[in-house]
Write a protein that binds this ligand. Structure first.
Ligand code: HEC
Ligand code: HEC
Length: 159
């Protein structure tokens, strides 16, 4: 049973057009940066840099020894290479400001450390009942690829 899918299906049956529905797809360029792919995909999918502002990546990467109760510590040169890539491609990088809505609702002083704390993420997942994240095959909202099969390629559509 996939409640959010059913409601999207129901909306279609009711004749709501794509314009009346929130956009339910986001396609971002896949991560190709070698060090990021290598070091940031072992415990979860590699997250797209566009999903957080640069200051968030700087904060996360500045404390990898205390990374959500795990140690993801890296040698300084590798850490610097990755933070350079993530911040250059962050939500607030000039080329990405056109990507709709990713920064809306985020104050300049906010430093969100999770994508799942971002206002755009919460809006997009408003129809997902919180209990669904606890399902054994999902475990946590951070497990994007449990629901978005091609998430590691930057593709977040209805599967
Ligand atoms: C040793 C395992 C491990 C490695 C390696 C690792 N992470 Fe994580 N990461 C975690 C855990 C555990 C969480 C929290 C997941 C949860 O709450 O369910 C997390 C969460 C995150 C989140 C927040 C996800 C959300 O909930 O929105 C981001 C962003 C993140 N990691 C970035 C990175 C980056 C960038 C790297 C590479 C430098 C990296 N991680 C490497 C274990 C790891
Ligand atoms: C329990 C399943 C589940 C998990 C886990 C999940 N999502 Fe989603 N996501 C959905 C559903 C349901 C939607 C609504 C659209 C749809 O039906 O696909 C959605 C929508 C989206 C959208 C489209 C938003 C839009 O407005 O176009 C993006 C992007 C997205 N999710 C990213 C993520 C990311 C990143 C993660 C992990 C940090 C994640 N999701 C985790 C189920 C999930």
């Amino acid at each position: 049973m996939r409640p959010a899918r059913i409601s999207a299906g129901l909306a279609a049956i009711l004749g709501l057009t794509a314009m009346a529905m929130p956009a339910l797809a986001l396609r971002l360029p896949p991560v190709t940066h070698p060090a990021t792919l290598k070091e940031c995909s072992g415990c979860h999918m590699v997250f797209p840099p566009q999903m957080l502002p640069a200051r968030s990546w700087t904060a996360l990467m500045g404390d990898l020894a205390n990374h959500f109760n795990e140690s993801a510590a890296l040698p300084p040169d590798v850490q610097a290479d990755i933070v350079g890539y993530l911040t250059a491609n962050a939500a607030d990088a000039p080329a990405n400001k056109a990507i709709r809505g990713l920064l809306s609702g985020v104050k300049a002083t906010d430093v969100p450390l999770r994508i799942t704390e971002m206002p755009w993420w919460k809006r997009s997942h408003g129809e997902v009942s919180p209990g669904r994240y606890a399902l054994p095959q999902i475990k946590t909202a951070s497990n994007c690829i449990a629901c978005h099969r091609d998430g590691a390629k930057g593709v977040f559509t209805e599967n």
